[in-house]
Design a protein around this ligand. Sequence first.
Ligand code: IMP
Length: 429
Amino acid sequence: MAKNIVIIGSQWGDEGKGKIVDLLTHHVDAVVRFQGGHNAGHTLVTKANQKIVLHLIPSGILHEHVLCMIGNGVVLSPVAFMKEAEMLKQQGIMLYNRLKISPMSPLILPHHIALDHAREKTQGRQIGTTGCGIGPAYEDKIARRALRVSDLLNEENFTTNLAEIIDYHNFILEKYYQTQPVDYKQTLDQAFSFKEKFKSLIADIPALLTQLRLKGKNVLFEGAQGTFLDIDHGTYPFVTSSNTTAGAAATGSGIGPRNLDHIIGITKAYTTRVGNGPFPTELNDDIGEHLAKVGYEFGSTTNRPRRCGWLDLVALKRSIIINSISSLCVTKLDVLDGIEKLYICTAYRYNNQYYEVPPDTEILAHCDPVYIELPGWSESTVGLTDYTQLPKNAHNYLNKIEELTETPIGIISTGPEREQTIILNNPFE
Ligand code: IMP
């Protein structure tokens, strides 16, 4: 029986989705990206022990048998796409015969990037974006003025519409942000230079997904970012501009929601966040530094240091509801090795009031975490592949997560490499 499985980040992104997508890709015929753009950063380790960071192209591309798709929910930067394709080519990975792009994906063009930078420099409430132009590109989509991949095929219309759009955005760049405008002719020529390449990649993604389902093929839907960066459900306004939650797998690809079989919530054994916004369990102490150092917590898109903190079950429980998470995959368990006492946040407190579900962002920013304490373990768990090899206290820690979230843990990751994984339940088997 064909299975459509969704992988999403259950926290603020960077949970280690790329590795798990890559791991499960052995069982699938296709991998689909359905939201976000090249703001994502999925770090993979190849068989030759080489690190590859993918931003836009689905992580399944490392597997020769897999068809990769970029759905309509993704905002697509042609420049970022070509750069990544070139990088893969240099690694000996040919992608053009097994990559398909939705004609409906909105394009990220230079004015989106200029606007993203201008805003971050000037506006009072800085979000700490990746500077990839994601927000402005989604704004254009919602405002119904975006140029989409299919528009590249109609030169005349593209030429006229781009002129209008650039006029509009240049007005804002120059008059409001008092910064440099973007060059129309250069933008146009650059966009057309991608035309032939994109023409050969365009496909009807919902139709392809239907064909795969009818043929009994497995498909993986690869989420980017994390639940609390979701434009609706996240810590607004400190969020990204797409829906990062599981429902977006349907709207962002065109698969019917009833055809989604299992949602895996990737959950780091602690919590990290890049960019600004509330983070109740953040640790500005030696333990925070230790997590950052051992976990190598630097943003894979911007290389910014990630903020680190304890595991937050208030957030995770909300994430399980919003995404209808079927099973959890706990990543980076090994990073907790050697920490004497571990803490899990089970509630927030503000003004003598306790919150067991996340409150409004304004309140959340003032909340203190309420913790339970658990004993840590001194043994190394790095690279363990068998659950029974884990120290007793690691079992305790994982059992506590399962007990308090009432959700089973199906996969545990104990290192960056594919093999460094404990699989308790493979949803494809
Ligand atoms: P944007 O997506 O570039 O607009 O950035 C909005 C917020 O989302 C910022 O806080 C970014 O740091 C965060 N963000 C975007 N992509 C990722 C990601 O892949 N991992 C973690 N945070 C991200």
